[in-house]
Design a protein around this ligand. Structure first.
Ligand SMILES: *Cc1c(COP(=O)(O)O)cnc(C)c1O
Length: 298
């Protein structure tokens, strides 16, 4: 994997999203392409990690320890970002060690990440197993959740005139990015998060905890396409359609569900005529490699 490239936030641009349905409904939409900052460390994961990396260096830690699954964008980005910063990385991975590790895990390993596999039951406790417990490591919560992650995610919007938009939409896993984005907008811009998990209603309080005393975003729970990292034919064919129409690739776990939700909401009249919508491309394209070859046209 190309380790030499630096993180380049100045590569972020907004691309117009042009679709016949949007013209018909008189909606204007742009996509904030944070997926373009680096070929490997995709989109929001680096932004969520940036202040954890700074904190580790400032506190004289030798590395980072965090959690994730076999195709986790967070594990992938932590391994690459740690290597770039000269910090060691340890990943506590959900599930027994597979005979053939995923591409994501092989690449994390190639970045020097120490992979420590735990059973799904043990993983759920989010406790650090004794063999990898080391005070020299900064513990980063799963997905970079927390005030530090949200503060970093807010900087995805640096250089973007957010208050030009009536609505901002992003995909939601832990809600860290959603909270960061909400913290950056004025009362005239409505922020909506599309949850990619099924019935993950604890999200609302997880996001509220990151925004004490502040206005809260809306979270929609009906666009998960079957659950976390699940997909269905409608989602996959929409992603191909969206790429053909706009030239923008999406991932099936997060940004594909975001764009599909946006399309269905537009069709249902969710956005008033004249709305200006900003969609956040939060990266994650590496995860598409878990799909059978030929599923996507990009
Ligand atoms: C992790 C991830 C998200 C979700 O971010 P949270 O801050 O956990 O809500 C969205 N999009 C992509 C591409 C991601 O990798």
């Amino acid at each position: 994997m190309p380790q030499s490239a630096n993180i380049n936030p100045s590569a972020i641009r907004t691309d117009p999203v042009r679709l016949p349905l949007l013209a018909e409904k008189n909606i204007q939409a742009d996509m904030l392409r944070t997926d373009l900052i680096h070929p490997v460390i995709s989109g929001n994961k680096w932004f969520k990690l940036r202040f954890y990396l700074e904190q580790a260096v400032k506190e004289g830690k030798k590395g980072l320890l965090t959690f994730g699954g076999a195709w986790s964008n967070h594990i992938h980005a932590t391994a690459a970002a740690g290597q770039m910063k000269g910090l060691t990385t340890t990943g506590i991975i959900r599930g027994e060690k597979p005979a053939v590790p995923s591409l994501t895990l092989r690449e994390a390993d190639a970045c020097g990440m120490h992979l420590y596999f735990v059973s799904r039951g043990d993983y759920r406790t989010k406790s650090v197993p004794a063999p990898v417990n080391d005070p020299g490591l900064l513990l980063v919560p799963e997905g970079g959740y927390g005030e530090t992650g949200a503060r970093g995610a807010a900087t995805m919007l640096d250089g973007c005139n957010v208050n030009d938009y009536t609505h901002i939409l992003c995909a939601v896993g832990t809600g860290t990015m959603l909270a960061g984005i909400q913290s950056r907008v004025s009362g005239n811009t409505r922020v909506t998060g599309i949850s990619v998990m099924k019935n993950n209603f604890s999200l609302d309080s997880a996001v509220a905890a990151l925004l004490p005393g502040q206005p809260l975003p809306v979270i929609l729970h009906s666009f998960h396409a079957g659950g976390y990292a699940r997909h269905n034919p409608a989602l996959l064919s929409f992603m191909n359609f969206f790429f053909l129409e706009t030239g923008i690739p999406t991932d099936f776990v997060y940004t594909g569900k975001l764009c599909h939700a946006f399309y269905q909401l537009t069709d249902a009249g969710y956005f008033p005529s004249g709305s200006r919508v900003l969609l956040i491309h939060s990266g994650g394209l590496q995860g598409n490699r878990s799909l059978a070859e030929g599923t996507l046209i990009f």
